[in-house]
Design a protein around this ligand. Structure first.
Ligand SMILES: [Mg+2]
Length: 672
């Protein structure tokens, strides 16, 4: 697949789908309907008596269904509902019921067309991932850095990564310091400070500082290359789930064929042995039954009865049961801001019993915020905050942005500064007028010998770090004035959503995160999730999901980042948080929540469950219930084939109406 030898990541699946296909298929059912209407008019008006116009749509529709059914039966090696339709069409053609056969063919084709409409959108996840890796790199030549295509880079080459650029390979820093955003690999938006001997990875972003890197891995050998491979493999394997209707057809079709065969022979037997039936024969005579003695006429009667049975049993309601419900459901979800890709997703989502949540950006806002601010008593709080703001105002670091936000909300203004400096691994330094030096830095600042110790500072650091927060100290001319604590905060509706999910009977909710155990436990406690798996590599997240699937459970994964893509793809239902999510996560998912509202998770789940129950009602109530009664009437000769077709279409109409109820699902709850 990928050309690892040349260091280039290529998309093995870069075929385009034909958009015209959909319109062409729309044209076919429409023309069939037109011909059927013409045939019906002909039937009523009695025009062109010597030729039955209905033969044309019957041949067109029937031919199409016969072809597609045979192809899919051979491919899947499985009995589908289509097979029953084909047999019913042949029986109708033999019995001369052309219009009934045309209508059955039309409904069948329409059902398939509706299903096409809900087919999964093309996934571009692999392509999007590949685009994360730059296709050029800076390489040293005659003491100059020149830009060359990535295909010319080899292991052990020395490359330069400038600030603002993505790292093109996996390698080890040999010179320079940098703040690297590794969210592509672990979902954490907070940059990591890296220096000589640290590893950097392809697809991550150098936010600050230039580094020289010795190449250790290229192309699909890199960490991102392996993620791409997993996504590609999972994408190929997805969609094996069987539709409820197909599972049902496996029993339905053989049963109806058996019933039809029995009715054929019973009809013959009753007529031929009428004299020996005693009381039963007397009963039949009483309702006007006349036994047929001419064997040729008798065979025709038996064929007509069987045709009526097959037409009644023709699985139109079964074929419509799923797509109509799914279309209504997908439409309803779209109005609420949930994008569902693919009909089978709705059915699978209705069976979810385990949900895995990513932490950062999914359960949390993904943006650090100031969670604690303290003055240690030397200067008033307002003054300490002003100094901190002054020092951080020019920094691009997410922690600085959190502090600037916090200060601005308190109407604090920065002072003018003479000089600003980022101090690698510690924090920032600003020189004020006159001769005042302000530092905002992490624990490492205590190691500097010009710092006056302060027991309050130690207590503050210890307390905040135990909660998984990033703690910083504000220092003026060597004196520690106060502390700032920054942390990612949970989304406002996270706790309530998790509780509602537990209440709906989802027994297993698991938080999967690459972040450290302390931060993970702190967040899990706040949102109310019992099971936490922390410090996971992307591959280990997949292992958790595989394990759950091996226990025959249906698992959903909810995530927002590039690093979640393999898990979203592998899980039975991948759910991406839309607004905050990256394109790769959105492409890899089956369901996209269009905003950051976690509440949508719960709405989506109840809608899917409702959809599944409507599909079951459609199948058991209309596809089976009404048909059983119809089959009894048709088998005994009370319903003629054309009447059978009418009764049968009524059950299809009921299916459509029943499914339409899903369009309004959830509206009543909203009014309260
Ligand atoms: Mg995330």
């Amino acid at each position: 697949m990928h050309e690892g030898d040349h260091g280039i990541l290529t998309n093995p699946d870069s075929t385009n789908t034909n958009r015209m296909g959909r319109y062409r298929r729309f044209f076919f059912p429409t023309s069939l309907l037109f011909l059927i209407i013409l045939s019906a008019i002909q039937g009523i008006s009695g025009l062109l008596d010597h030729f039955d116009l209905a033969i044309i749509p019957m041949l067109l529709g029937g031919g199409f269904i016969t072809y597609t059914t045979l192809v899919s039966t051979i491919e899947k090696k499985q009995i589908t509902a289509g097979l029953l339709v084909v047999i019913a069409l042949f029986a109708s053609a033999i019995a001369g019921e052309h219009l009934a056969a045309s209508i059955a063919a039309f409904i069948m084709i329409s059902g398939e067309f509706l299903e096409d409409l809900t087919l999964a959108k093309t996934r571009n996840a692999v392509q999007e991932l590949i685009e994360l890796v730059p296709d050029e790199a800076w390489i040293s030549q005659n003491n100059h850095w020149i830009n060359v295509p990535i295909s010319q880079i080899r292991v052990d080459d020395l490359i330069l990564v400038k600030p603002g650029e993505r790292v093109p390979i996996d390698g080890q820093i040999v010179k320079g310091d940098a703040a690297i955003n590794e969210s592509a690999l672990n979902g954490e938006s907070m940059p990591v400070d890296k220096t000589v001997e640290d590893m950097v990875f392809a697809g991550t972003i150098n936010e600050m500082g230039a580094i020289e890197v010795k190449v250790t891995k290229i192309g699909d050998e890199t960490a991102i290359g392996r993620i791409i491979d997993v996504v590609y493999q999972a994408q190929k394997n997805k969609g094996r789930t069987q539709r409820v209707a197909d599972r049902f057809a496996q029993y339905f079709t053989p049963s109806i064929l058996a019933v039809a065969t029995i009715i054929f022979f019973v009809t013959l037997a009753v007529h031929q042995n009428f004299d020996q039936l005693g009381a039963f024969a007397t009963g039949l005579s009483a309702v006007g039954f006349i036994p047929e003695t001419n064997p040729e006429v008798l065979r025709k009667i038996a064929v007509i009865n069987v045709t009526a049975v097959l037409l009644i049993a023709c699985p139109c309601a079964l074929v419509l049961a799923t797509p109509t419900a799914v279309i209504a459901s997908v439409g309803n979800a779209a109005k609420k801001g949930v994008l569902i890709k693919g009909g089978i997703t709705v059915e699978t989502a209705g069976q979810i019993d385990t949900i895995c949540f990513d932490k950062t950006g999914t359960l949390t806002c993904g943006k650090p915020q100031v969670v604690a601010f303290e003055s240690f008593g030397i200067e008033p709080e307002q003054k300490v905050l002003q100094l901190a703001l002054t020092a951080e105002i020019q920094s691009e670091h997410p922690v600085a942005r959190a502090l600037i936000n916090y200060a601005q909300n308190q109407d604090v203004q920065p002072e003018p500064i003479n000089q600003f400096e980022q101090v690698f691994g510690i924090g920032v330094k600003a020189t004020l007028d006159p001769d005042q030096e302000v530092w905002v830095g992490n624990r490492k600042i205590l190691e500097q010998n010009w710092i006056t110790p302060n027991p309050l500072a130690n207590k503050f650091l210890k307390q905040q770090e135990s909660e998984g927060n990033t703690a910083l100290l504000v220092v003026l001319n060597g004196q520690i004035l106060g502390g700032i604590s920054v942390a990612d905060t949970v989304k406002p509706d996270a706790n309530q959503t998790i509780r509602k999910l537990y209440q709906t009977g989802i027994k297993n909710i698991i938080m999967l995160t690459g972040d450290n155990e302390t931060s993970a436990q702190a967040i899990a406690k706040q949102v109310g999730i019992n099971t936490v798996k922390a410090e996971l590599l992307p591959e280990e997240k997949l292992e958790v999901i595989r394990q759950i699937q091996s226990e025959n459970r249906i698992v959903a994964m909810v995530g927002d980042g590039i690093n979640d893509a393999p898990a979203l793809m592998l899980s039975d239902v991948g759910i991406a948080m839309g607004a905050a999510g990256t394109d790769v996560a959105i492409e890899s998912a089956d369901i996209v929540l269009m905003n950051d509202n976690l509440e949508l998770m719960y709405n989506m789940l109840s809608l899917s469950r409702r959809t599944l129950s409507i599909i079951r009602q459609n199948i058991l109530g209309f596809a089976v219930g009404m048909n059983v009664i119809g089959i009894l009437l048709a088998g005994s000769g009370i319903l003629s084939p054309i009447m059978a077709a009418v009764v049968h279409n009524v059950s299809s109409a009921f299916v459509v109406l029943n499914s339409a109820r899903l369009l309004r699902f959830g509206e009543i709850e909203h009014r309260h």
